[in-house]
Design a protein around this ligand. Structure first.
Ligand code: HEC
Ligand code: HEC
Ligand code: HEC
Length: 180
């Protein structure tokens, strides 16, 4: 939007309008009373913390529930408990696997670390994915249907519209790596 040159009262009104637009930016998080899940007349409204009050303090995303959750852990903004029961073995893994190469899209990099920050191995192995590189047959159609990666992505993790967050490795860089 461009503000007009003088007369100045018009320019001033326009500047005020711009301030108005900026401050009227709706919050990306619905208030509990309007989320369609909580009873707006229930006693919990006013007692429960509003999502915006907690989530607006975390690293912002442009999609999904608008929080970069991996960044939230890495930056120390949140420090979720790894377990409740004593004696639980906390298992982490720190390798990346390239699971789709030389298609029409950049290759897919699956990072174990970012997943084991939140999940245990048994959430994925061996029912969902065999723990062996190249042993699984992936398909974007299945993923879009809520299977494989789509079991979580689009449901509890960043949505499938964020193509480049999975398709993050250029095929050209993989070609170069294969050359002797
Ligand atoms: C979010 C799901 C997920 C979680 C959680 C997960 N993995 Fe995996 N894992 C995968 C996927 C996907 C592959 C790649 C399989 C392929 O290439 O077909 C893989 C591959 C593997 C492989 C084969 C690697 C190779 O180089 O051959 C091993 C071993 C493995 N995982 C062990 C683990 C262990 C141990 C944990 C827990 C510390 C774990 N995974 C947690 C999804 C997961
Ligand atoms: C069992 C649930 C689950 C499955 C299955 C799963 N993911 Fe994830 N993934 C998560 C969670 C939870 C996060 C962290 C939260 C977020 O980034 O939204 C995550 C994060 C990621 C990230 C890192 C985002 C970042 O900010 O660093 C990538 C990349 C990713 N997943 C790709 C994949 C791919 C590719 C597959 C399938 C091979 C897959 N995921 C399967 C739950 C899952
Ligand atoms: C959560 C991770 C994830 C996201 C997000 C994602 N994909 Fe995929 N995609 C995959 C995986 C894993 C495969 C591997 C299937 C295979 O090996 O053929 C794949 C395969 C594909 C393929 C076929 C193989 C290729 O590279 O040509 C296409 C096309 C594709 N995706 C397009 C998209 C588009 C477009 C988007 C965004 C709208 C998207 N994908 C988002 C994980 C993802």
């Amino acid at each position: 939007m461009r503000c007009p040159a003088p007369p100045w009262h018009a320019a001033a009104a326009c500047a005020l309008l711009l301030v108005g637009i900026a401050s009227a930016q709706p919050s990306p998080w619905k208030p509990l009373a309007k989320d369609g899940l909580h009873d707006p007349k229930g006693p919990a409204i006013g007692v429960l913390q509003e999502p915006a009050a907690a989530l607006s303090l975390l690293p912002r995303d442009t999609a999904g529930n608008m929080v970069r959750w991996v960044q939230a852990i890495d930056s120390g903004a949140i420090a979720p408990r790894t377990h409740l029961r004593p004696g639980t073995e906390v298992r982490m893994r720190d390798d990346d696997l390239i699971i789709s190469k030389f298609g029409s899209m950049p290759a897919v990099k699956f990072p174990h670390r970012q997943h084991t920050l939140w999940l245990d191995c048994s959430n994925c192995h061996d029912k969902l994915f065999k723990a062996q590189a190249g042993a699984n047959v992936f398909s974007m159609t299945a993923i879009l249907n809520g299977e494989q990666c789509g079991l979580c992505h689009g449901a509890v993790a960043f949505p499938l519209t964020e193509c480049n967050r999975c398709h993050s490795v250029s095929n050209a860089s993989l070609m170069r790596r294969r050359e002797p």
